[in-house]
Write a new protein. Structure first.
Length: 200
């Protein structure tokens, strides 16, 4: 599969490493342009390349991994999604820690907001509940597999993300819709920051 990342920081790199290790191609993009990613993609190996956000967003599966305030800019002017899957890894920090402020969207969950900016995309919320170290680590811990919560409004899209991440070694757990599951997963929800392992 070809996977594109919007963002090339902690989260995008961690997911890219899992994908590359499993034989997928990854196109990484950031806000400063492909040239700024030359060193990174060189280190990631021949299946990785740098692109513009438009090129990354044309991939079969797209990972959104930018800071909350950057979402409108990162999602503007992308090619039509036509049902392609977008994994939303973001957390709605309107301002970052240590003086963190959580964006107030009223009834809307963070991923519903993200989906509203990506018409035609099938959005699956995932990875946002985990600290970066647990996204990057081998998900097969001695005590069990890293639980990876998923939420989304499209069952097939969730199955795609579930199959992909299970192959990486995670234990995906479907929590339902972007509204119900997303609320459990987002900042302030009971699963935010939860490091849970599933014994096999
Ligand atoms: N770090 C964690 O532990 C963690 C865990 C779970 C979820 N999250 C969430 O995941 C998201 C990403 O976090 P992170 O830690 O990976 O952030 P990060 O390391 O700061 O990386 C953010 C990336 O977004 C890129 N970016 C900025 N504006 C962009 C644009 N307009 N188009 C494309 N890319 C753009 C940045 O590129 P430039 O350098 O060029 O600006 C950078 O590569 C955040 O919403 C965060 O809350 C983080």
């Amino acid at each position: 599969m070809r996977i594109g990342t919007l963002g090339a920081g902690t989260v995008a790199q961690a997911i890219a490493r899992h994908a590359l290790a499993h034989g997928h191609e990854v196109v990484l993009s950031n806000g400063r342009g492909p040239a700024s990613l030359a060193g990174l993609v060189g280190a990631l190996g021949p299946l990785a390349r740098a692109g513009t956000p438009r090129q990354a967003a044309a991939a079969e599966l797209v990972v959104l991994a930018v800071g909350w305030p950057q979402i409108p800019e990162a999602t503007a002017g992308l090619p039509p999604f036509d049902g392609r899957v977008v994994i939303d890894t973001t957390n709605q920090f309107a301002s970052p820690p240590p003086h963190a402020r959580i964006a107030d969207l009223g009834e809307l969950t963070g991923s519903e907001y993200v989906a509203s900016l990506l018409p035609g995309a099938r959005v699956v919320k995932a990875f946002n509940t985990l600290y970066g170290q647990y996204i990057a680590a081998n998900p097969r811990h001695e005590a069990g597999r890293q639980v990876l919560f998923l939420a989304g409004d499209d069952a097939d899209a969730k199955a795609t993300v579930g199959d992909l991440t299970a192959a990486f070694g995670f234990a995906p757990v479907d929590l339902g819709s972007l509204r119900e599951g997303g609320r459990l997963m987002q900042l302030g929800g009971p699963l935010s920051g939860l490091h849970a392992l599933k014994q096999d």
